[in-house]
Design a protein around this ligand. Structure first.
Ligand SMILES: Nc1ncnc2c1ncn2[C@@H]1O[C@H](COP(=O)(O)OP(=O)(O)OP(=O)(O)O)[C@@H](O)[C@H]1O
Ligand SMILES: [Mg+2]
Length: 502
């Protein structure tokens, strides 16, 4: 789950979760509000209906004995008003007049139900539970419910005999038991459609929230990416660089400002340290020159005893070594503070390398090392001749130093595209892979624990640092390929037209 390591994705995820929970909550609330509103409306109109029936029947029931209406159809009920049916037997003591009044009453209730836009069921029983009236919409099914409140209306959810869900309002008075019901199906239909809509909207809304969240997070974190990239490019070598200032006085703007301040302070202390080493190297130079001069004068004295002469010679050697270290340090610190000027001019590389080969032969002479010139392309580059010479001499010096007697050092210049490659190859002791990148660091020298250990050539470990600095000042690179005990090859690659800087 690497994407969880990105704030962008985490924000998007959080956004989607919060949004999703909100929308689901809203859906559920909408569902239940719709449900309770619809049931409330239903109940209110049921109660009104029961109230109406009650108020309609009660005063009439006081005057006339209630007669059972025709069981099935009101059409039948109308017909039976004239003709005698067997149902009239049970009320044989009722006069025709009263029968007509009773039927008239049921007829009016029937007319009333026709006015209602809703399909609804009415059932009226007498005190004994015998049927008096049942609306046609009930298709002959009875509404059964035992707990009938007296003189107040109760509303319940129940089922018809055929299983149809209904909402039922019921009450009884001194004469009748009144049942009025609505089918619940229309309510269910609306609720089902609310449910399906919510189900449909949730994934769409989630998708929108993910896309939107990602877009928002992306937009607000874009400056952070820019800062990261810019910060990555700042190293000890370019502490004068600053992060681009962000518009607006927000968190990121302040962070950038603080960051730049911090780099400023780093740069100041870094420069202080460089200043110090530059000053120190510089101050050491003069006493070393004086010491060297004095020792050389002393060595010219012919009357020195052999042991004193040996001591003086050793001191002389060490002073020369120390001077060279101090000199190298001075070059490097000046390079870092940018106080070292380069003078570029057109240089013919093949000519320069041939001269270096001559110098190399002088260096290689005592160890009987052969110096070969291979391919020598004629290439012109813009370079500081003296610095380039110093670079190549460093490489040749190393090649001779780390190659056993009777080895070979090979020099070449190869022109490839817009780059010139100068190669210094030797058949020496080579460099272990793990050390190959580090040898360009200051004071880094390969520690050899094999048999060559006893004869480690002396050196300060500064040569290649200076070489790399010179190559980079020419917009070039220096690299090494090496195999232990086989030899090494250093390649200096220079662009044919470096920008003039110095
Ligand atoms: N041609 C080479 N063959 C084998 N090892 C090498 C070669 N060139 C450099 N090295 C290794 O890289 C190390 C660093 O080289 P570098 O020139 O910087 O320092 P140095 O030669 O030891 O001292 P100096 O500052 O006097 O040149 C050396 O100590 C050596 O171990
Ligand atoms: Mg060296």
């Amino acid at each position: 789950m690497t994407f969880l390591h990105s704030i962008r994705w985490r924000l998007t995820l959080w956004y989607a979760v919060v949004f999703g929970v909100t929308i689901i909550g809203a859906g559920i609330t909408a569902y239940f509000i719709t449900r309770s509103t619809m049931l409330d409306n239903l109940d209110r109109s049921l109660r009104n209906e029961v109230k109406w029936v009650n108020e309609f029947i009660e005063p009439r029931a006081k005057r006339i004995p209630l007669k059972r209406a025709a069981l099935r159809e009101l059409e039948e009920l109308k017909r039976s008003a004239a003709a005698q049916t067997d149902e009239s037997d049970q009320a044989s003591d009722v006069s025709d007049e009263e029968r007509a009044a009773s039927d008239e009453m049921w007829e009016q209730i029937y007319q009333h139900t026709l006015l209602s836009p809703r399909r609804h069921f009415i059932q009226i029983l007498d005190r004994n539970g015998d049927l008096l009236y049942r609306s046609q919409s009930l298709r002959g099914y009875a509404i059964r419910y035992d707990d009938i409140p007296y003189q107040w209306i109760n509303v319940v959810s129940t089922q018809l005999e055929d299983g149809e869900d209904i909402r039922l309002a019921l009450m009884q008075n001194n004469y009748v038991k009144i049942f009025v019901a609505y089918p619940l199906e229309p309510v269910h239909e609306v609720l089902d459609s609310v449910f399906t809509n919510v189900l449909l909207i949730v994934p769409i809304a989630l998708l929108i929230s993910i896309v939107g969240g990602w877009f928002l997070a992306h937009k607000s974190l874009k400056p952070v990416d820019n800062l990261t990239r810019a910060a990555r490019e700042i190293t000890a070598r370019n502490l004068n660089r600053r992060l681009p200032a962000l518009r607006g006085d927000d968190e990121l703007g302040r962070l950038t400002e603080q960051f730049n301040d911090m780099i400023g302070r780093l740069q100041a202390s870094f420069e202080q340290v460089q200043e110090f080493s530059a000053d120190a190297s510089h101050e050491l130079r003069t006493p070393l020159t004086i010491m060297r001069g004095e020792i050389e004068v002393a060595l010219r004295n012919a009357r020195l005893s052999r042991s004193t002469r040996e001591i003086f010679e050793s001191v002389h050697h060490e002073i020369i070594r120390m001077s060279s270290i101090v000199e190298s340090l001075l070059i490097l610190t000046k390079a870092e503070t940018g106080r070292q000027a380069f003078t570029f001019s057109a240089i013919a590389l093949d000519e320069l390398v041939r001269q270096i080969a001559e110098d190399a032969r002088v260096l290689a002479e005592p160890k009987h090392i052969r110096v070969k010139e291979e391919r020598m392309d004629h290439v012109m580059v813009a370079a500081d001749g003296a610095r380039l010479r110093q670079l190549l001499l460093t490489l040749v010096d190393n090649a001779v130093k780390f190659t056993p007697a009777r080895g070979t050092v090979t020099l070449s210049v190869v022109h490839a595209g817009s780059t010139a490659h100068i190669r210094v190859k030797d058949t020496g002791i080579g460099i272990p892979r793990k050390d190959q990148e580090r040898i360009f660091e200051r004071f880094y020298r390969v520690v050899r624990d094999d048999d060559s250990g006893g004869t480690v050539p002396e050196g300060s470990g500064l040569g290649l640092s200076i070489a790399r600095w010179i190559a980079e000042a020419h917009n070039g690179t220096i690299s090494v390929e090496s195999r232990e005990r086989r030899g090494s090859m250093f390649t200096v690659s220079l662009p044919l037209s470096p920008p003039l800087k110095g």
